[in-house]
Design a binder for this molecule. Sequence first.
Ligand code: NDP
Length: 488
Amino acid sequence: MSSLTEQKPALYYNYVGGEWTESSSRERLESRNPATGEIIGFSQKSTVSDIEQAIDSVYDTFQKSDWGYNPKRRYEALLALAQKIDQNLEHLARVLTLEQGKTIRESRVELAGCVDTLKYFAGAARTVFGRSVQLEPANFGVIVKEPIGVVGLITPWNWPALLMIRELAPALAAGNGVIVKPASLTPGVSVEIFKLIDEIPDFPKGIASIVTGPGKSIGAAMGSSKKIDMISFTGDTSTGRTIMELAASNIKKLALELGGKSPNVVFADANLEKAIPVIGRGIFISAGQICMAGSRLLVHESVKDEVITRLKQYAENLQVGNGLLESTDMGPVVSQNQLELVEEYCEIGRREGTIITGGYRLTGGEYDKGYFFAPTIIDNLPVNCRVVREEIFGPVLAVQSFSSDEEALALANDTDFGLSAGVWTTNLNRAMRMSKGIKAGTVWVNTYNKNFPEAEFGGYKQSGLGRTRGIDGLMEYCETKHIHFEME
Ligand code: NDP
């Protein structure tokens, strides 16, 4: 496998004020390939003073350029970025797989998602409409949507390209200046995308910056900065809570996309032929490291044995390996820490439930160099087991069963999270009742994991605050102003 990845480690700089810069610390963070353990890149270990300079520079450009008042320029810039990502898709996909571990096929899907999202928000930049309203005979109101100012994006390592673009595109489309802090495990693909931004003259130099470095110092400094007007954060719920506290300093606007523990609910009348591979993919895609992973299977007791047998077969047929191989179905988890976390949860599952398949780290040969874990299914877990309640962020499916629709709905909602859910039934009334009753931002009926830039996404309960994607996603990045005219 190593021969697939042999290359000189890349060196990534910050991009601030339209210039490539080094951190004042002169220190670097190393990135490793999760499939081989090899060092594949270095990025800047930036300091709080680096991030403060970058915030000042974005603020300056936002004030001086016409970006906030020029929707056509924003449309041209975002469209050009979509085209450049499309032209460089294979290169970016390789960078993404090397640093994150996901399969090259998933990386292509993620980058194609970036292209689609940028195209959608390029068009949307020209539709930031307000409204007008006659209020009294001599009083007329105009409600306008304006950019907020400087927006800080803090992004995670699991889908680092799309989860950056999913926020960068609407934030820029709305006319804001943006500063990005990517996850320290996966800075490469984000910096590579900024190299493309640098080539596009329609982006005013400095309107978008990227600074790499530790979240605990520079991410926290963004959270508490009085010069940042809004933070958009995607990541762990506990970090989201910290950011809420930091943001209180200047009552910043917040958009939070946090964790999940999403159920796939399978009724006795479901089309299992269709459901099994979609449910399997829903948990094992990206080795389970995806916020909307269908990590709980709720299955009607009459079809439970059949569903488990078929899902076991699905899991055991997956080719786990280096993501650069076209034949690989599931790559490694992102780091040694993540691997140990998944192992810990499986130990709990072994003690409190029944392991149907997997439950162990893969070893031997090339597996020993990376962080590979077997696709895992665990049954017979008590409802209060941590495997059922907590986001694992690994390829682990927890099974629960039910005997009535009421029980299915109660189990689906028995969670602190509310990001997404899948409902599998051929009965339209049941599909309606379940999709209305489940407290989650997205409910898929007879499918799973289908996302589109035009359809809102986000969390109920502790899965987040606000919505991303769609018109609501654009409006998150706007302020609303009432301008009032009184005639004499
Ligand atoms: P974090 O939430 O810690 O990281 C996400 C981003 O926040 C990274 O850019 C990180 O920087 C930054 N960050 C970390 N601490 C702070 C802070 N105090 N203030 C501001 N920014 C901060 O997730 P992890 O990467 O540590 O992963 C831990 C767990 O989070 C996973 O096991 C998984 O369960 C969950 N997770 C959920 C995601 C989701 O989409 N729902 C995405 C990623 C993780 P840095 O990388 O430098 O630490």
